[in-house]
Design a protein around this ligand. Structure first.
Ligand SMILES: [Zn+2]
Ligand SMILES: [Zn+2]
Length: 346
């Protein structure tokens, strides 16, 4: 009997080693754009003769700095207390900070005040093939850790609790490469509204490319907005990526509304204004030095590139959508949300 048990344990252990080995040796998914599913006719990129440019920034409000991905020592790999983390973000000029410990909801409102709002949330692991391997999602504005179900269920329970969900670090090669959000997986899910295009633990170029491919397929009626985050675990990794969000007042509800409608941009240091005037997309960079401002169409091509403090682009109608990337001379970035072209309203 004892021998049978030992054999079983050895067999299971060997099986786990083989599975892990195969995962490690597997070629990283989707580094090749050819691996993306073909573009369908549903694509919303048809040329338009008369159109409106949708402006996600055309709402009343003031811009504030927000951090949506922070770990504390309530995560196994976190190296600062909840209070230390929140105080550091408050000192760094943030108005909104979300606590997103691994598979654990952290509630802390001692430092909440009219100028500083703490968002309760978690970074949830979707186990595959078994916990702690698998992809990560940020479940924001939720009070309960979700322990079961597939990714869709974990998204759905966050939404039904009034939360907002982000897919974390799409091309992250950690967790033995089980942590990647491939494009087919992202397309198969619904309900999430945010995707990280910048996370210091992932590749921002590839993450931006996956987000771009995702939004061109989902179209203007299923918006998924870009966020930049710190994914911080200690005081040394603070203030690397954030969003600048336009909220009407300072409150959880104001932040939620802005996250749902896309009234924010992702940043690693560039401060800018984005908007639309008479169907022209306008960009103004707040900087001492000229920056590189790039307008990118729905097909992923640069349609205009300007070195300066401001730029504008008048779409021809063939772009599908236009988004803007700004790069400072020292390499800091800002990502606008997409400005969709839609048939002109009568
Ligand atoms: Zn993660
Ligand atoms: Zn994280």
């Amino acid at each position: 009997m004892a021998r049978f048990c030992i054999r079983s344990v050895v067999f299971v252990f060997s099986l786990i080693l083989v599975v892990c080995g195969l995962l490690v040796l597997r070629k990283p998914a989707e580094v090749d754009p050819q691996a993306y599913p073909p573009v369908s006719s549903e694509m919303h990129l048809k040329p338009l003769r008369s159109f409106d440019v949708i402006d996600p920034y055309a709402y009343h409000g003031v811009y504030y700095k927000a951090q949506l991905h922070v770990h504390t020592d309530r995560s196994l790999d976190g190296n600062w207390s909840v209070r230390e983390a929140l105080q550091a973000y408050r000192d760094a000029g943030y108005t909104y900070v979300a606590l997103t410990d691994h598979d654990k909801v952290t509630v802390h409102h001692e430092l909440d005040d009219p100028t500083f709002v703490i968002i309760t949330g978690e970074e949830n692991t979707v186990p595959w093939p078994f916990w702690p391997l698998g992809c990560h999602i940020l479940r924001l504005f939720v009070e309960t850790h979700e322990t079961s179900g597939n990714a869709q269920k974990r998204i759905d329970t966050a939404l039904s609790a009034g939360g907002i969900v982000a897919l974390a670090h799409p091309s992250w090669v950690g967790n033995l490469q089980t942590g990647q959000w491939t494009l087919p997986r992202m397309l198969a899910l619904t309900g999430y509204q945010l995707v990280e295009v910048y996370n210091p633990h992932s590749d921002p170029v590839e993450d931006t490319r996956r987000w771009h491919e995702l939004i061109r397929r989902l179209g203007p009626n299923r918006p998924v907005w870009a966020i930049a985050v710190d994914d911080s675990h200690s005081p040394e990794r603070l203030n690397l990526g954030w969003i600048v969000v336009k909220t009407d007042g300072i409150s959880q509800e104001a932040l939620k509304a802005a996250l749902r409608r896309g009234s924010f941009y992702a940043s690693t240091g560039v401060s800018a204004d984005f908007g639309v005037q008479e169907n022209r997309i306008m960009v103004h960079v707040h900087s001492e030095e000229p920056a590189e401002i790039r307008f990118i169409n729905g097909s992923g091509a640069s349609v205009e590139q300007v070195a300066g403090f401001s730029a504008q682009y008048a779409p021809s109608g063939a772009e599908g959508f236009v988004r803007v990337e700004v790069r400072s001379q020292s390499g800091e970035m800002a990502w606008s949300q997409p400005f969709w072209l839609v048939p002109e309203a009568n």
